[in-house]
Write a protein that binds this ligand. Structure first.
Ligand code: SAM
Length: 215
């Protein structure tokens, strides 16, 4: 009898822990990556302003996802500019294509990239922008070395990625393995043939830096 009661209690505790953990996990994903509160820490308007884009510029949003930055970038480059929203996932690419229609954004084009090749037009891009995508890319120095062929002369790459050194309560929101250390980021981009143009420190949980391709 006692053993049965103990077993029942253990099952209840295990189920409760699972439910609480699942809810916490969902809340984190919802709030931090998708929900309206993202703007509070992602500061998208300030990020786009710091990119120094001009009307007519051509930009690639590499790993565009749901297009969080795509359409803001589209506004920054204007009707005469162009944004290529690149992603590698079929479902995400289809969603992006639908969103381009809904947003009525004729200056945005969607590209189904490959893991090792964004399939961008050669020599056409002023700025490649990545937010929370850098850590997904494999063999990064080689990838960004090859990407230089898609940039105009002296073109730039802006990278935002989760930091590895976030402390305090904010660290709970940085997913394991979904970040890049500043040392790795800087070292890999130098090997790829870029110089650091500017590093920003206003984002609370992400590195944000702009690199320029060396000739
Ligand atoms: C965490 S999401 C970020 C989405 C968006 N940039 C944002 O900030 O909301 C990373 C995206 O990068 C895409 N991705 C992963 N590897 C990639 C690669 N090699 N080239 C292009 N996109 C890639 C994924 O499919 C995913 O949509």
């Amino acid at each position: 009898m006692k053993v049965t009661r103990l077993f029942t209690m253990m099952v209840i505790v295990a189920v409760s822990v699972a439910v609480v953990w699942q809810s916490w996990y969902e809340l984190r994903r919802l709030d931090w990556m998708k929900g309206p509160t993202r703007a509070a820490w992602q500061l998208p308007d300030r990020v786009v302003a710091e990119l120094g884009l001009r009307p007519g510029n051509v930009v690639a949003d590499l790993g565009a996802g749901k297009g969080y930055f795509t359409f803001l970038l589209g506004e920054a480059v204007g009707r005469k500019g162009r944004v290529y929203a690149v992603d590698v996932e079929d479902r995400i690419v289809s969603n992006l294509e639908m969103r381009v229609q809904v947003e009525d954004a004729p200056n945005v084009g969607v590209i189904h990239g490959e893991l090792a090749d964004p399939r961008l037009p050669d020599g056409a891009i002023d700025l490649v922008f990545l937010c929370n995508t850098y850590h997904h890319i494999e063999s990064r120095s080689g990838y960004f070395k090859k990407l230089k062929q898609d940039l105009k002369k002296g073109g730039r790459v802006a990278i935002i990625d989760m930091r590895d050194d976030v402390t305090g309560i904010a660290s709970l929101f940085v997913d394991e393995d979904h970040w890049t250390s500043w040392a790795d980021l800087l070292g890999e981009m130098e090997i790829a043939g870029y110089t650091l143009e500017k590093r920003f420190d206003f984002l609370p949980v992400q590195n944000f830096a702009i690199f320029r391709a060396k000739d």
